[in-house]
Design a protein around this ligand. Sequence first.
Ligand code: ARG
Length: 464
Amino acid sequence: KKSEAWSALFSEPMSDLVKRYTASVFFDKRLWQADIQGSLAHAGMLAAQGIIAADDHASIQRGMAQITGEIESGGFEWKLDLEDVHLNIEARLTQLVGDAGKRLHTGRSRNDQVATDVRLWLRGEIDLIIGLLADLQRALVDIAEKNAEVILPGFTHLQVAQPVAFGHHMLAYVEMFSRDAERLVDVRRRVNRLPLGAAALAGTSYPLDREMVARSLGMVDEAGQAQVCQNSLDAVSDRDFAIEFTAAASLAMVHISRFSEELILWMSQSFGFIDIADRFCTGSSIMPQKKNPDVPELARGKTGRVVGHLMGLITLMKGQPLAYNKDNQEDKEPLFDTVDTLKDTLRIFAEMVGGITVKPEAMEKAALRGYATATDLADYLVKKGLPFRDAHETVAHAVKAAISHRVDLSELPLAVLQEFHPRIEKDVYQVLSLRGSLEARSTLGGTAPNQVRAQIARHRARLN
Ligand code: ARG
């Protein structure tokens, strides 16, 4: 047994503390499916190449089927003594099918095995996450469409800047999450390459058909070409694919976090722009009036956790000489937690977006309070022949006057406006309305309703 000694070379058993310190089975057992999948592909190739006999292959398949059943039913006994998921499964296989089980590891090392397992597992998770990003985008497009014409003060420096459509604001996040999905599609191409066949670090003397294994594991590119890591040292040792994934996940969480920050602000009484359905909020144990936006707050907090995992993984890699080092066993917990956190967050956000109530009056009031149409007045004067810089200065005076009268620009009488510039006429009031301002911004990607509608249609087509 491994716990007693690894081989005849060892003259004393591991201490319990060292066993616990070096074991990974209690977290890497989550790779069991990928581990069995990889082993079956390897065994199939060994048989096809005549390296193991057909009946050994059949025994391995039978044993793995039984192990699958045992793990799924919870009947499999995971042993700390057997260190990790790989040795646990292999030991059980040998218990079940004897020598055939002992032949499985021919031409293989745990080094290329674990790198393969992590890639297979991560590939599946990436596909799920891309699907969850699409769900969230759909929810955002829905709320954008429902509120396409609602006017929100757009901010720069968190100061009221210009009116924007609430739908336009939601679609900004759709753009971010669609780029996050694009990034994951790209990362997936590099995740989906086969380390098996690299063995411990140098390759192996058995006539392995690595491309066959790659194909049977679906490690192929768009053209159906088998994707095999081309250098054995690199194949077993680099975890850049996991770092890249965590970087893409961090960006997705950063987008979630920015959105969270806005939801939290908007739900605060000082803004009052939205309400979030009760089922996503909590109360206070002391203040009976409280309803707190816990979900976005936690998501903002969990963003720090995922960014931390990125730092952890990249730091894990930086000092490692070629090829495999046990340091890499530490890649799993941050990677697993990144996946879990991102998936849960995306799921809960896709649901929560449908539970947002928009309060159009509060948003419009805030836009009016902030002189959001001042740029429109300047643009109006430019159309009447003034140079933009002069128009800018003229409008500053008008805003100053409006502030001192405590009214909006649109509430200043025409005679007063004309004191600032004689070319101002009655048609200015259309320009000074929030809606007029919105409709004027019809460049591609602008906030005008026709643009917002066009973007909604484009996203709908893309997400279907
Ligand atoms: N549990 C190990 C890991 O996660 C598997 C590879 C172990 N290889 C070795 N040479 N000790 O990296």
